[in-house]
Design a protein around this ligand. Structure first.
Ligand code: IMP
Ligand code: MG
Length: 231
């Protein structure tokens, strides 16, 4: 399948804005679980950087587990097909579990993760996403913590989020712009200006350089003979 031509567009959240929001978010999480141990389940690969930055801000005891999911493949439109490709969550029974994902769009991915984890009978199960694309929700999943809300649901990249496995490493969040397909240039006949049009009807005159006056030899000869006669 031919990949769309894309480019990095507008920055939506700078590195500094992300860092400030993460400080606040860590405070919200600490307040909720005061004194308890937390088991964070990172939904990879998108939440790689978010989970690393967030958990390092938490001062409470934290265990980290991972789950690998793919649903977007190489495009920008969601597929209903959510694949749990690497399921390494162990021992969440009776624990406070916080699922951490990069973004919630339709909600299908997070619902699949939550469904699997619920079967393990955790003591509590909460969700935390870096970005919330509220207007695009199709599946109802409660979100307990979120970094930012994205209005209008643009496709975004950076800070862990990818397009065709690229741009995850950008330290900021940006909109992804699709380049408009280029139309092949059509050759159009040039328009003739009125002056050119007139000229076009007439046969072309050869351009000649202005004639140089030649000396009239006959006259010159006459003059010289008359002068010589006078002598
Ligand atoms: P959902 O299942 O429709 O909620 O989609 C969630 C998953 O799709 C996320 O975990 C992301 O991996 C991916 N996703 C959704 N929106 C974007 C986006 O704007 N940029 C990059 N990945 C996205
Ligand atoms: Mg993801």
């Amino acid at each position: 399948m031919a990949r769309e031509k894309v480019q990095i567009g507008k920055t939506l959240f700078t590195k500094e804005e992300i860092e400030l929001r993460l400080d606040e978010l860590a405070g919200e999480i600490e307040a909720r679980y005061a004194g308890s141990e937390l088991t964070v389940v990172a939904v990879l690969k998108g939440s790689l950087f978010f989970t690393a930055d967030l958990t390092r801000r938490l001062e409470m005891p934290v265990r980290v587990d991972i789950m690998e999911i793919s649903s977007y493949y190489d495009g920008t439109e969601p597929t209903e097909d959510v694949t749990l490709s690497n399921y390494l969550v162990q021992d969440v029974r009776g624990r406070h579990v916080l699922v951490v994902d990069d973004i919630i769009d339709t909600g299908a991915t997070l619902r699949a993760v939550v469904t699997v984890l619920r079967r393990e009978k955790p003591l509590s199960l909460a969700t935390c996403v870096f970005l919330n694309k509220k207007s695009r929700r199709r599946v109802d999943v409660p979100i307990d913590f979120h970094g930012f809300t994205l209005r209008g649901g643009p496709f975004v990249v950076g800070y862990g989020l990818d397009y065709a496995r690229r741009y995850r490493n950008l330290p900021y969040l940006a909109a992804l712009e699709k380049e408009a397909p280029r139309k092949p240039a059509r050759k159009r006949p040039r328009k003739k200006t009125p002056a050119k049009k007139k000229a076009a009807g007439k046969p072309k005159k050869k351009k000649t350089s202005p004639k140089k006056r030649r000396p009239n030899r006959k006259k010159a000869a006459k003059k010289s003979t008359s002068r010589s006669r006078r002598k």
